[in-house]
Write a protein that binds this ligand. Structure first.
Ligand code: MN
Ligand code: MN
Length: 470
């Protein structure tokens, strides 16, 4: 054992959560990990997340906002849910205090980097048929070569009929691949920069090579279209009104000899979405109204009507306020949001000892050291950052300390190495107090990311006390 210094109290000392967690907590963590693995395997797109959370919430007694508006009133403990265009979901448990005094909000995003199908994706070249893709979010293109991929998404026909696809997940399903060039012929390619060597327009999924018959032009393509029509009932034109997402067909599972990790696709930011949701499910009669806001399009800069910038969120809060009995006004809405506390729940890049150069070890989160608080994001001289106020940081530190949550501090990496943003700045524009917090991730934005079971556990604790005690 290390000898204790009499000055110990003066010094910030971080320790592995595995050393600090209590024995019974370690047992609870295994159950939580299994639920999380199951969630990751069921939900790989924002639409799938919305359906999953919506159904689970209704089972837990949440009322759809439309039904609530016609019958209910805002009483403490009331649970209300609403969705936006099948890509956002907002859930709330009404608190004892007037809503005007502020809400406790946790927001997270459900979209993850992936490949989307182009609107006119199908083509035949020589003897093969492909689907053209357009990458979504920050990816390293070579990660997506020669791994099993699945097609998830929705086709809407002009008669309004919707066809939901999830192909490449079941044992008996085919998977899809983007073949890479063999090393034997990669001499010139390997002399190029990574950006030049891997071109977005080459990320084409191979679909088949059986011709329909001898005389037909584009006979392989016709054969694929014939099969799509027979099995799913759509034709080539219907790709024009479809949202089909290509995601890794990899099952989430435990990783590491000590089984301390969870490996899975899209943990940025489905880990926070899952935990924020679970935390709210643990919340019964909070003091302040608790809100979980799960959104889309974070990975592409938070634009569009399913992003955090969609006014759907304001509309929902207005609906609730109208039911408080007081006369509703825009000012009341603004005041409510201004007085709110928020956590922008998102993952952080964990320190990776193999790439020491890009991290500032004193200011980078470590996997397995608990929830990470990120005071500010952005890049360069804090450009584009939402910078949490010292006063709010202190309150969050106190909340976590008082409730024995294991936490640490982080930032994405060395100052001029790059950077990134989250949705916090959009909520911050309402004037509310907000900080970024989440779990560290190794291999972030890769098709198979790593998180720690211990961090999963501590983040849930943090989000739960944020709702019940903040
Ligand atoms: Mn994220
Ligand atoms: Mn991300």
């Amino acid at each position: 054992m290390e000898k204790k210094s009499k000055y110990e109290k003066l010094v910030l000392k971080e320790k592995s959560a595995w050393l600090l967690m209590k024995e019974d907590e370690k047992k609870g963590l295994e159950k939580l990990s299994r639920e999380y693995l199951d969630f990751l395997n069921q939900c790989k797109t924002e639409r799938e997340c919305v359906s999953y959370f919506y159904e689970a919430a209704v089972k837990k007694g949440f009322t759809e906002v439309k039904d609530f508006l016609s019958s209910g009133s805002v009483k403490p403990g009331r649970k209300i849910v609403s969705t936006n265009r099948n890509k956002n979901i907002i859930l709330t448990v009404v608190g004892k205090r007037p809503m005007e005094e502020g809400l406790n909000i946790i927001c997270a995003h459900m979209d993850s980097p992936r490949l989307d199908l182009k609107q006119n994706p199908l083509y035949e070249d020589t003897n093969l048929v492909f689907l053209k893709t357009h990458y979504y979010g920050g990816i390293k293109k070579f990660h997506w070569l020669n791994i099993p991929l699945a097609i998830h998404g929705r086709i809407v026909k002009i008669n309004g009929e919707t066809i939901d696809l999830k192909l490449g997940e079941k044992e008996e399903d085919p998977v899809f691949l983007i073949p890479d060039l063999l090393p034997h012929l990669s001499k010139k390619l390997s002399e190029k920069t990574v950006t030049d060597a891997f071109q977005a327009e080459n990320l084409n999924l191979v679909m088949g090579h059986i011709p329909v018959d001898e005389d037909e032009k584009e006979a392989v393509k016709i054969n694929i279209l014939k099969m799509l029509n027979e099995q799913y009932g759509f034709d080539e034109k219907d790709f024009n009104s479809a949202e089909l997402e290509i995601v890794p067909s990899l099952k989430a599972r435990e990783a590491g000899f000590d089984r301390s990790f969870i490996a899975g696709y899209g943990q940025d930011d489905r880990i926070s979405s899952f935990l924020a949701f679970q935390a709210l499910m643990n919340t019964e009669q909070p003091d302040r109204t608790s809100v979980v806001l799960l959104i889309d399009k974070e990975e592409v800069g938070s634009e569009g009507n399913s992003s955090i910038q969609s006014k759907f969120f304001e509309l929902f809060i207005s609906d609730l306020l109208e039911k408080t009995g007081k006369e509703y006004s825009e000012k009341v809405l603004k005041k409510t949001l201004y007085n709110s506390y928020a956590i922008s729940a998102d993952v952080d890049s964990a320190f990776d000892p193999n790439y020491k150069d890009v991290f500032d070890i004193r200011n980078t989160s470590k996997i397995g050291y608990g929830l990470v608080l990120v005071k500010y994001t952005g890049h360069g001289g804090k450009y584009g950052a939402s910078d949490a106020n010292a006063e709010y940081m202190a309150r969050i530190r106190k909340l976590l300390t008082d409730h024995q949550v294991i936490f640490q501090f982080g930032s994405i990496g060395k100052i001029d190495e790059g950077g990134g943003g989250t949705i916090s700045k959009f909520l911050a524009s309402y004037g509310m107090e907000i900080v970024d917090a989440g779990t560290p991730v190794l291999g972030m934005h890769s098709p198979y990311e790593l998180t720690s079971k211990a961090d999963l556990h501590e983040a849930l604790k943090a989000f739960t006390v944020f709702f019940s005690k903040m």
